[in-house]
Every structure is written in structure tokens, then in C-alpha cells.
Design a protein. Structure first.
Length: 344
């Protein structure tokens, strides 16, 4: 029986496993390796920091999904990938072989890998644990100029309220939220200002930079460490994939979400792509196992981003569109809760 191995519990895999509950594929042996039995949904992280949700509410029950879908769940941390020999290595010494491999291990911020003063926002379970020990009056530096840093800074300001020390958002870029339209950027700057968050642009953080005692890394995503221990030829630290989400060097290896580098057009590291990739990934894994025709993934050019602003307000951004208010937060809340309920 063909063995399809799902490495990591990323969004594409969680959705693929959910689909297997509805449409079982019993002629295939499916298994999934993850270092956690839940897979966190980052879209709700700002709401957890702000106190609108409990931590449990952002946890996709990965192991339980696997059990319902007849996918063997293996708890373990992948440390190396031997694509040529068709196996992956786990930190406990186990070696798991596969016929077809799909990788959804995600990515994590770059700076904190070398600068140990920084607390990385990912992996989320570690961050959520560390969050409990942060001291409000000590304030915090939030590194990065994208959505994650804006959301984390505003959520922390809301969580700490009047007890908050100085919160600074520090980015090496000259603009906040690069890639978003000017109105969205202005709304975000204004929202940060309204709650007293200091914005430092054009400010690269290096070893000489004087950081506050508490600093959170939301900087650009870097490839997963396990990928460095592999015979895959990487592209900027990520797994290159063609339009079929397939690695051209090892056609029995697929990748989706943040750990993939889409060769036709580099994509932003955004969960929305991982979600849309799921049905194509499922089709192509099955097609590879069965010698059938693969289907291309066609990423959308624009997608809606809803940026949580600490309290129950949010900013909506899509191409030239910009809006903000309590109704945008309600919209985001409905989408996020609906996404999580789909795994019940
Ligand atoms: C605060 C914040 C807000 C964000 N908001 C948005 C947003 O509004 N919209 C949007 O599109 N994107 C958003 N993002 C980006 C989004 O989080 C990522 O693009 C998305 O999580 C990528 O999903 P993924 O499936 O690639 O990986 P992940 O969701 O990171 O999943 C990786 C999985 O692999 C597992 N894993 C990791 N390492 C190992 C290992 N060694 N062995 C075994 N298993 C392992 C993990 O436990 C996890 O289950 C946000 C990110 C942050 C930090």
C-alpha cells in the first residue's frame, strides 16, 4: 500500500485531513507527524493576546482529526529530510519512510534565530507560554513592519492597558505594512499612535541596537530549520515547488504554506495561501500515488486581510480597498470562528 506522509500540521494538512473524513481514501496509508497534537491558528492569536479568546479556541485538534480520518498520528519533531532515501528523521532517533511526502512545517521569524534577546512569535505554543511571563510595566519592542507586528503590538497594548510600559514597533522598512494600500497604512499608523505605540521605521535591529528588556520578533519568516538538514536544493531557505506544489528535483515531494517557495511567483507568507492550496495538494498527492494527472494551483493576486487592532476593532485591506471599525472586527471574528468550527 502506498504511504503518503504529511510532515507538520500546517493549515494545508489540517484541511486535507478534514477532507479525508468526508472522503476517505482507504487504499492509501496516510500518516501525519507533528510536534504538537494541536495546530494553532495564527489568525486568532491577536485575539488571544488581547483576551477576547481563550488559548484553546485557536487550537485545531490535529490528532483528533487524524483519528477521525484514519490518518496515523505520530507525535514527533522532524529534524532532517532524506529526500533521495525517502525518509524523515525525528529528534528521538526514529526514521520514518514514505512513498510520497508533503511538507507543511511552517516558518518562523529570522532575527531571533541569531539574536537571543528576542522572543519569536512562532512557534505559537512557545510564544503563548512565554506571554504569560511578560511584565506589562517593562513594555516591549515589537520587531517587524508587517501585519503580525502591528497586530501583536496593538493586542499587547490592549492586554496591558494602563499598566503598559513603553511599546515600540520597530521596522527596517521605510513604510509600515508594505504591500498594503496607502489608506490602510495610514489607518494602522493612526491606530498605533492613538494608543501611544512608538513607531520606528528605517530602523534595522542588529546586535548593537539598544532593545528594551522584552522584545518580540515578528520579522520576516525564514525557512524551517529541518530543511537545512536535507538533500533538497532550497530557494532562500524554502522548498521550491512548481505550479503543482511539487518539488521539481524530487517529484514525490510536495510542499504547501509558509515552508514552500512557489517558483512561478513568490507568494507572501500568508495563511490564506496555505488554506487555498489544501484541495490541490490533496488531489496531487493522490494523483502521484496513483499515477494520475496533477492539477495546477493558481494563487489569487489579491486577498482580503483583516487586521485586528487590539480592542474589538479591525482594519480591512484588499488591493485598493480600505475600511476600519467595530464592524470589521465582527466580520473577522465571524470568519475566524467559522474556520475553527469547521474542524468540529
Ligand atoms: C500574529 C500573526 C498574525 C497573522 N495573521 C495573518 C492573517 O491575518 N492572514 C494570513 O493570511 N496570514 C497571517 N499570518 C501568517 C500565518 O500565520 C502563516 O502564513 C501561516 O500560519 C502559515 O501556515 P503554515 O500552514 O505554513 O504553517 P504553520 O501554521 O506555522 O504550521 C506549521 C505546523 O508544523 C508543525 N511543526 C513545526 N515544526 C515541526 C517539526 N520540526 N516537526 C513536526 N512538526 C512541526 C507545527 O506544530 C505546526 O502544526 C499571521 C501570522 C502571525 C504571527
Amino acid at each position: 500500500m502506498m504511504h503518503i506522509l504529511l510532515a507538520g500540521g500546517g493549515h494545508a494538512h489540517a484541511l486535507l485531513i478534514r477532507e479525508l473524513i468526508q472522503n476517505p481514501q482507504p487504499h492509501i496509508r496516510w500518516s501525519c507527524i507533528s510536534d504538537h497534537n494541536h495546530s494553532p491558528y495564527s489568525g486568532m492569536l491577536p485575539g488571544v493576546i488581547a483576551g477576547h479568546y481563550q488559548t484553546a479556541e485557536l487550537m485545531i485538534p490535529l490528532q483528533a482529526l487524524c483519528e477521525r480520518a484514519n490518518v496515523e498520528f505520530m507525535h514527533g519533531s522532524i529534524t532532517a529530510i532524506n529526500a533521495g532515501e525517502k525518509n524523515v528523521q525525528l529528534s528521538d532517533g526514529r526514521n520514518i519512510t514514505f512513498d510520497v511526502l508533503s511538507l507543511a512545517l511552517g516558518a518562523s521569524p529570522l532575527l531571533s534565530r541569531s539574536d537571543k534577546r528576542l522572543l519569536p512569535v512562532k512557534p505559537l505554543p512557545d510564544f503563548l507560554h512565554a506571554l504569560e511571563n511578560l511584565t506589562p510595566h517593562a513594555g516591549a519592542d515589537i520587531i517587524g513592519g508587517g501585519i503580525a507586528s502591528v497586530e501583536v503590538a496593538l493586542a499587547l497594548a490592549f492586554r496591558w492597558g494602563k499598566n503598559a510600559g513603553k511599546i515600540r514597533l520597530i521596522s527596517r522598512n521605510h513604510a509600515l505594512l508594505p504591500g498594503h494600500n496607502a489608506r490602510v497604512q495610514k489607518m494602522a499608523r493612526q491606530t498605533l499612535q492613538n494608543v501611544g505605540i512608538e513607531l520606528l521605521l528605517n530602523t534595522p535591529v542588529n546586535a548593537d541596537f539598544n532593545l528594551q528588556a522584552q522584545a518580540i520578533d515578528c520579522s520576516a519568516a525564514a525557512g524551517h530549520a529541518a530543511l537545512q538538514n536535507s538533500d533538497l536544493t532550497l530557494e532562500q531557505g524554502f522548498i521550491p515547488v512548481n505550479d503543482f506544489l511539487q518539488n521539481p528535483q524530487f517529484p514525490r515531494i510536495f510542499a504547501a504554506g509558509d515552508n514552500a517557495h512557489f517558483l512561478s511567483r513568490p507568494l507572501a507568507k500568508a495563511g490564506v495561501y496555505a488554506v487555498r492550496e489544501a484541495p490541490i495538494l490533496l488531489h496531487n498527492l493522490l494523483a502521484t500515488a496513483q499515477g494520475k494527472k496533477l492539477r495546477p494551483y493558481q494563487p489569487q493576486r489579491y486577498f482580503l486581510t483583516l487586521i485586528a487592532c487590539g480592542g474589538k476593532n479591525a482594519i480591512a485591506s484588499r488591493s485598493w480597498f480600505a475600511a476600519s471599525g467595530a464592524w470589521v472586527w465582527k466580520w473577522k471574528n465571524k470568519i475566524d470562528q467559522g474556520f475553527m468550527r469547521s474542524f468540529d
